[in-house]
Design a binder for this molecule. Structure first.
Ligand code: ADP
Ligand code: MN
Length: 516
């Protein structure tokens, strides 16, 4: 090595200065440093050394990150890995318990509290303790959710004679705006103003609305970013076992790896096996969606499932683990409905607890790109638009469903057409917020295609009418939303009085709703 050695100046290399040999403390001992200065200064080396150390300390992490996720061969080594993970979980749980104690101590019974949620290692749904049941109770009976403030009916005024109040009345208008905050994405935190008698001025409402929309976009972008991070590939031991079983039974050949890590789910790619026990044919490539929605997300998602009458009776009796399964079950049912209507979407292979196996949209492990990620020719863009318009109508009329999270993030471009995915949150149109969700879907779709240069694209209100077959005539968004809410309210009242849901907001015939 011809690099500059740090230890080059050894005393025996030549006659040293005179004072050195006479020194009462003796000559400095020759510590031979074997590496070069360049090495010592190298950050690269430092990193490598640190990595080496870390790898020695946490070997299982490395093992999990390499090679196919689960194959038939590596099953035997799985128990050690699982053991290690279970120990880790135990540790995490203790850590969280300590954290909770500290959180409690800091907050005392102050009204404004600091949450340590982000520092927790185990999400509540992971734990088997009975504590999550208690947490869950809290979410179900949300103390901050009061009735919506009343708004004026469609005729635009209430009262008689000089006591008449029109919808333009400042107070009424303010209340209406407050109530309308509920239409912002469920993720958007509007505080508990909805339950109070707040009166928002139009100006404040509009500013809030603008903010809500940009927040929606931002959260979608953030979600996207997270999907690409590799850090969260892990699934809990029980899920892992479930996945092993699928491979073991021959239903799946290999689970190659994770294709998406989102807030609510982890999606894996797998090659289908040729199991003899299952009577249906397994697609050559599968997507496995593992639902992992945390309690925090439930709080937001409550809105979708709590009011869905199909799940109403069951909802109140379930614990978090079972609720996660219900999301998976919902996605399965909705996909099946769509499949029956001929809408391009993944085909359900099997549902096991909170794990849904479906056909893979894409090829050779490469998932089809999302609509927001492909650059389509203007011709394809137009084609895609009309296809989506058609699919939305089919979804509404034939499947009796509203997607409720429709955007360029949940549409894949594959085989020259658009495929719909991610339908666990889809609801029937008569869901108490079904039409609001539809309107939001319409807004996303129409904005995407108008920005994408499709001149034929309807605006959100036209699209809403085209999909639902309703004929809401309001020419501005605020009034349009108000009419949507009025319809929902009428339907709810009808349900209250007659004890059953209307099959749809049908516009033909003589519907009992939308009838002044
Ligand atoms: P999330 O609730 O996390 O958004 P999604 O169902 O949208 O769950 O799935 C997340 C991502 O995984 C999708 O954006 C898509 O890229 C991929 N994905 C999901 N299902 C499939 C599938 N059947 N085929 C191919 N890719 C899929
Ligand atoms: Mn999605």
């Amino acid at each position: 090595m011809d690099s500059v050695g740090v230890a080059a100046a050894a005393p025996d290399a030549g006659p040293g200065p005179a004072w050195q040999s006479k020194c009462p403390w003796g000559a400095p001992s020759t510590t031979s440093i074997s590496c070069s200065l360049a090495d010592v200064m190298s950050e690269q080396l430092a990193k490598e050394l640190q990595l080496e150390e870390e790898n020695a300390a946490f070997p299982e992490v490395v093992a999990a990150a390499e090679g196919p996720f689960i194959t038939g061969e590596n099953i035997d080594t799985s128990s050690d890995l699982m053991l290690a993970q279970m120990l880790q979980m135990e540790f995490d749980r203790e850590y969280d318990a300590q954290l909770r104690r500290e959180e409690k101590k800091i907050n005392g019974d102050s009204k404004v509290s600091i949450s340590f949620e982000n520092y927790r290692k185990v999400h509540p749904y992971d734990s088997d303790s009975s504590e999550d049941e208690v947490d869950w109770q809290d979410t179900r009976h949300d103390p901050y959710r009061a009735d919506k403030p009343t708004t004026t009916p469609r005729r635009g005024f209430i009262g008689k004679g000089k006591d008449i109040t029109t919808k333009h009345d400042e107070v009424v208008c303010g209340r209406k705006n407050t109530a309308r905050m509920e239409n912002f994405a469920p993720e958007f935190q509007v505080g508990d103003g909805i339950g109070m008698d707040l009166k928002l001025s139009n100006q404040v409402f509009n500013a809030l609305k603008q903010h809500a929309y940009s927040e929606e976009r931002r959260s979608a972008r953030l979600h996207e970013k997270k999907e690409h991070s590799t850090a969260e590939k892990a699934v809990d031991p029980k899920t892992r076992l479930l996945l092993y079983k699928m491979v073991n039974s021959g239903m799946l050949e290999t689970i190659t790896g994770c294709i998406s890590t989102g807030k609510e789910s982890v999606v894996f790619h797998a090659y289908g096996g040729n199991s003899a026990t299952e009577d249906k044919v397994i697609p050559p490539e599968c997507a496995i969606k593992v639902f992992k929605t945390t309690l925090n997300e439930f709080k937001n998602r409550d809105k979708y499932i709590k009011d869905d009458y199909r799940f109403k009776d069951r909802f109140s009796k379930l614990n978090p683990r079972k609720i996660i399964r219900m999301w998976a079950e919902k996605e399965m049912h909705n996909l099946t409905r769509m499949q029956n209507a001929g809408i391009p979407c993944p085909q359900v292979v099997i549902l096991k607890k909170h794990v849904l196996v479906m056909s893979f949209i894409g090829q050779d492990q490469v998932p089809a790109p999302k609509l927001k990620d492909v650059t389509l020719s203007s011709e394809d863009m137009k084609k895609a638009y009309y296809q989506i318009l058609n699919m939305m109508q089919q979804l509404y009329r034939e499947c009796n469903l509203v997607h409720a999270d429709l955007s360029e993030y949940n549409m894949l471009w594959h085989d020259g057409k658009v495929w719909l995915i991610d339908v666990s949150q889809s609801v029937e149109p008569t869901h108490p917020h079904g039409l609001e969700f539809l309107f939001r879907d319409c807004r996303n779709v129409s904005q995407f295609f108008q920005k994408g240069g499709v001149a034929e694209a309807l605006n959100e209100r036209e699209l809403f009418n085209a999909v639902s077959g309703l004929n809401i005539t309001a020419d501005n968004e605020v009034d349009f939303q108000a009419e949507i809410e009025a319809l929902e309210k009428m339907n709810e009242d009808h349900v209250q009085n007659h004890g059953k849901k209307l099959s749809a907001f049908s516009s033909d015939g003589d519907p009992p709703i939308y009838d002044e």
